[in-house]
Design a binder for this molecule. Sequence first.
Ligand SMILES: [Zn+2]
Length: 277
Amino acid sequence: MISTSPATSGFACAALSPVAAPHDIPFPPTGETALMGRPARATVLDLYGESQTTTPVRDRWPVCPVSGDFLMRHLRTGEVTRGRCLDSSCYACVWPVALRVGGAIGLARPDRLITLTHVGRTWATIQSRMTYFRRVLTRRDLPLEYAWHVEPDPDPASPEHHVHLWSHGADPSRGDIAAAAIAASMGPVCDVRSVEVPTDGRIPTLAYGMKTCEPPHGLMSQLWPEAERYLAANGGRLVHPTRGFWRDLLGHPVNRMREAIRLARQAQGFGNWVPAT
Ligand SMILES: [Zn+2]
């Protein structure tokens, strides 16, 4: 399984307090269903991970209303499945797309999972603060590449959001991140954890930050409230990468997310699908 462990930090986050230990999520047998495991040490930040963490089964995903009538065949195995429009605004495709994005994040081999809190209540505010946050990191000679998601707080009544970043590059302490977050008018409570990915060559699917985009069941006929809140909080997108984040299997930079997704699916062994007719 994949796990994270707390990174060393000299910053005291006084607001953190222990909560019930989270359940570990076993690494599933197929790459497409993988989720990131929970942090090894429970903190109040784990409350942000309490919703929708069950292992998805592809057959239970809703049929795509746009492309579901088209059948696709796996070139090597002959397996047949329904087509997908792969639009993140499609209730049937948002989770499959999130898993593809998660595979591309896994292929980039991030070594830190950073969580920022009280990032703002609207996409416009959050986007502006995250731009400033990046400027502060650069000014302080902490060149990080990262992909980030805004996640609405689990309590639907809460207007607050938090952000998860998958990063590689510099090795910031929690104090570095907290100082940059405060400078960007975000909350002082933050978290920096090491990401331990499989060492046996498997490419993990790091979909943790997008978990509310997993459909509650396969009979959905519209986006569910958690997914709508997620997309609204993220300006309609699933992820926001900085320049230089995407990588190929050898660690070389990849410019476009679409290409990173293609390479990740190739590395995860999903193979090629063609129209079944
Ligand atoms: Zn669709």
